[in-house]
Design a protein around this ligand. Sequence first.
Ligand SMILES: Cc1cc2nc3c(=O)[nH]c(=O)nc-3n(C[C@H](O)[C@H](O)[C@H](O)COP(=O)(O)OP(=O)(O)OC[C@H]3O[C@@H](n4cnc5c(N)ncnc54)[C@H](O)[C@@H]3O)c2cc1C
Ligand code: FES
Length: 282
Amino acid sequence: MIEPIRIPSALLPRRFRVVVNCPELSDVSTLSILPLDGTQTSGKPGQFNMLYAFGVGEIAISISGNPADTDTLLHTIRNVGAVSGALCGLREGAMLGLRGPFGTPWPVEAQAGRDLVIIAGGLGLAPLRPAILQALSMRSALRSLSLVVGARSPSQILYPAQLADWAGSGALRISLTVDRATPGWTGMVGVVTTRLERALEGCDPANVSAFVCGPEVMMRHSCQALEDLGVPAACQWISMERNMKCAVGSCGHCQFGPDFVCRDGPVFRWDRIGARLRIREI
Ligand SMILES: Cc1cc2nc3c(=O)[nH]c(=O)nc-3n(C[C@H](O)[C@H](O)[C@H](O)COP(=O)(O)OP(=O)(O)OC[C@H]3O[C@@H](n4cnc5c(N)ncnc54)[C@H](O)[C@@H]3O)c2cc1C
Ligand code: FES
């Protein structure tokens, strides 16, 4: 008798329905999705799902909602190509496939008693938002909490209403900066590294932990600047992006030196990965 082929559940997409498609920026949308089978869905801050646009393809997208909300999943997606474009174009009621969650989380709980600095560049705020929300939920356990956000221009700032709410709450220090100001912008101008000294004010650098996410060049410069300010490399984490297929450590598409980004990352400690990031073509 021929045995039926069993496909591991991590490779089988579940069906989800789009509840809301919220435009964030001209080329960025946030999908709120619910599982059709009604099971609870969650993921730790920093983890990602493989989202499948039926008939088009499957891509890795970070979870970007509140980890405490186990009903609805949020993913913020930039339309850069065929699959991300198809996902951004899904209307309310449309169906998509999802596998996950996968990958390593931001170590938020381990930062109790420390000064936590979160640094986001552009869309990097999306994978960091769950970590910020978790940090806010345990705010009294942290010595301090700062957020540094950089965007190319004021119109490219992600989640502006939520940033304003957080700033108003007084629970965290926010520093917002843009590469290029436009008329009406009265805030800071310059790359995020110019804001780090200020973000660390009043902190002993040895007690600082940092989560950094954004374009690779921004993460490299930010981590180096933090090291120059005395923050140990072992207290910094970044989130990596590489092309993914299986997301379970078997196809090799996301290999980065000895690591598979889908299995050993995407969140890596800077002292483990920093030297490799400085080498071209890995
Ligand atoms: C762990 C992880 C988390 C991610 N989280 C998010 C997220 O929250 N939101 C989001 O919008 N995107 C995220 N991405 C990136 C997303 O997976 C890519 O943008 C997507 O694969 C593009 O597919 P596409 O078919 O739309 O475009 P393609 O036609 O495949 O590519 C369009 C352009 O994007 C580049 N590209 C493709 N894949 C990647 C990649 N993985 N990293 C960098 N550049 C790439 C291509 O070189 C090309 O220039 C994440 C990627 C990873 C690995
Ligand atoms: S995507 Fe297949 S090994 Fe990581």
